[in-house]
Design a protein around this ligand. Structure first.
Ligand SMILES: Nc1nc2c(ncn2[C@@H]2O[C@H](COP(=O)(O)OP(=O)(O)OP(=O)(O)O)[C@@H](O)[C@H]2O)c(=O)[nH]1
Length: 371
């Protein structure tokens, strides 16, 4: 059995997460993680509920018609489960699961002729729809289904069970569903915004507002993958402030911070819109230049060097910078490209600082590095 075990203890929760074996690419920090988890949970719950209630309907209540709906729900859930496990098409599977859920809810409302307890079940739709399908589709699906149920109830007013159900009850149902829809819509929007802020916060360097090192690593991998497909070159410019320790020692750390911020601004101003600029660490910066060769990146690096050398902060000159440039095809390993740019940066330092050095030889390809 594929359960996470601690000694002999097997937690039910981890058993439910068997789906992770089918989709190892969906890690906890993947924004789809909770959605996929919910999708599988809904399918499992549908299988269990529909099979148990269907069997109760056959054995206890001899209600074959309702049992038929239950078993249809069970088999739909099984089919979607197999489909999503094999194809990882989460979006399509989410739609299929919601449509199956709607079919079960609709048939229940129909068979129960709107008996009050059947309407309670309709309220489960909005939270699931918003979470699995997002704001727009969630709103449409929930609103359309609620409207359809209300119309159905109005159409069968003469067949309503006698007793507590009335126009007042119908209005209350409509009000509860509207509140539900608004609340879950609001909740889903807050969740998406909070997630976006977290994502941004995790990829941005606080001092300079540039990408941080983790994000640069991801961006470099993406850029190289694209270059591989398009047969283009990718260039890196690595920049380090000259004698920055002396700047800190002489003017203080706060001034040093302002220098780094100004430098980040100058960097952004002097590279192409498509170039990715980030802080590699301390007083070191990295620019990723897609579709650029070493010569082109060398020209950009020289422009940056001159702009920074000419800059001033409160009439004090900016420190100079040294830059290393390297470029390679999409086949190059990210680590080789970084090492080459770093090598050239330190050559620039050795040769006197305030200059650009360019790697003339293309770094090794990824296959060679792996071998
Ligand atoms: N103000 C400030 N200083 C920083 C920051 N990050 C790193 N530093 C400083 O940057 C300095 C780097 O010093 P070194 O590595 O000796 O290099 P350098 O003085 O620039 O000398 P070279 O690189 O050889 O030209 C250290 O004093 C660090 O404290 C930061 O975020 N703010």
């Amino acid at each position: 059995m594929d359960c996470a075990c601690t000694g002999d203890i097997i937690t039910g929760l981890d058993c439910v997460k068997i789906w992770r074996r089918n989709h190892p690419q969906i890690t906890v920090d993947d924004p789809r993680y909770r959605q996929v988890s919910l999708l599988y949970s809904i399918l499992l719950i549908m299988m269990i509920y529909c099979s148990v209630i269907g069997t109760l309907n056959v054995v206890l209540f001899k209600d074959m018609q309702t049992a038929l709906f239950d078993y249809a729900g069970f088999f739909s859930a099984v089919a979607i489960y197999v489909y999503v496990s094999r194809t990882a098409q989460f979006r399509r599977a989410s739609w299929a699961a919601l449509l199956a859920l709607i079919a079960v809810l609709a048939s229940f409302t129909f068979v129960a002729r709107g008996a009050t307890y059947s309407l309670i079940w309709v309220t489960v739709l909005p939270p699931i729809a918003f979470f699995l399908l997002g704001l727009r589709a969630g709103t449409w699906l929930s609103a359309t289904f609620t409207a359809a149920v209300l119309l159905f109830l109005l159409a069968i007013t003469d067949k309503w069970e006698s007793g507590p159900f009335s126009i007042a009850a119908l209005l209350n149902f409509a009000e509860v569903m509207t509140v539900h829809l608004l609340i879950f819509r609001h909740y889903e929007r807050s969740r998406l915004e909070a997630f976006e802020q977290l994502r941004l916060g995790a990829s941005i360097d606080r001092l300079t507002g540039l990408f941080n090192r983790e994000r640069l690593d991801e961006l470099l991998a993406d850029t190289l993958a694209q270059a591989r497909r398009g047969g283009q070159n990718t260039a890196l410019i690595m920049l380090d402030v000259d004698h920055f320790k002396a700047v800190n020692d002489r003017y203080g750390h706060l001034h040093g911070d302002v220098v780094l911020q100004r430098l980040a601004h100058q960097l952004r101003e002097n590279v192409r819109q498509t170039d990715r600029v980030g802080r590699w660490g301390g007083e070191e910066f990295l620019v990723i230049c897609p579709d650029t060769d070493a010569r082109g990146a060398g020209i950009v690096a020289e422009k940056v060097r001159q702009a920074i050398a000419a800059g001033k902060i409160d009439s004090m000159p900016m420190p100079t910078v040294s830059l290393g440039v390297a470029a390679g095809s999409g086949e190059v390993a990210a680590s080789s490209l970084l090492q080459a740019a770093d090598r050239q940066l330190y050559r620039a330092k050795r040769e006197g600082r305030n200059r650009v050095c360019i790697e003339r030889q293309a770094p090794e390809s990824e296959t060679k590095v792996r071998a």
